[in-house]
Design a protein around this ligand. Structure first.
Ligand SMILES: [Fe+2]
Length: 191
């Protein structure tokens, strides 16, 4: 996707509205809207809300042949050479239009999952079967060096927070505010 705008982002999310979110019982769009509502209710912080809403954009707005941890059945286990995680491709896609803190929420949300699974075994016990499956595709638990490197990254705490909401935003049938509700917030943050 070139010339990324709020319209092209929303189009990708609307298209993905019908795509199941991995093995979860909800769609990618429902997941994005649920986590945005949670981020709003729990923090009211525009940059966290934007990061939450867009954290999985690499699953919907990027060719899944190029996404190493894709959940699209046709591509799982047979992606292109050089494919990167959906966290990286998602953040790269939006790198020119959103501030660093929004991008960090996207770029670090998988590392945050690996971090939480490593330091809080009870957290790992609570994640969904789908998240447990992708954990292995995403590198599994962190070693001591990875833990230290993660903690030192700017906005690591924000990514951990988004990751905790991520796990709560998988409730079948839960009503959410529509995508258009978030347009002014996204536009106010764009570079
Ligand atoms: Fe997610």
């Amino acid at each position: 996707m070139t010339d990324v705008t709020v319209d092209t982002i929303f189009e990708a999310l609307e298209t993905a509205g019908h795509v199941r979110y991995g093995t979860e019982a909800i769609s990618e769009l429902e997941h994005a809207l649920q986590i945005a509502d949670l981020a709003d209710e729990m923090s009211g912080d525009p940059e966290l809300i934007a990061g939450a809403l867009l954290h999985d954009i690499g699953r919907v707005a990027v060719r899944q042949e190029d996404v190493s941890d894709t959940l699209v059945p046709d591509h799982m286990g047979k992606t292109n050479d050089g494919a990167k995680g959906h966290d990286t491709v998602g953040a790269d896609l939006l790198a020119e239009i959103f501030p660093d803190r929004v991008l960090a929420g996207i770029r670090l949300h998988v590392a945050a999952k690996r971090y939480l699974c490593t330091v809080e075994p009870e957290y790992r016990d609570r994640i969904s079967d789908g998240s447990e499956l992708t954990l292995k595709m995403q590198g599994g638990l962190m070693d001591d060096g990875e833990l230290e490197a993660f903690r030192a990254m700017p906005y690591a705490d924000d990514a951990v927070q988004i990751r905790r909401w991520d796990d709560l935003a998988k409730v079948p049938g839960k009503p959410s505010r529509p995508l258009e509700h978030w347009r002014p917030l996204l536009e106010s943050l764009m570079r």
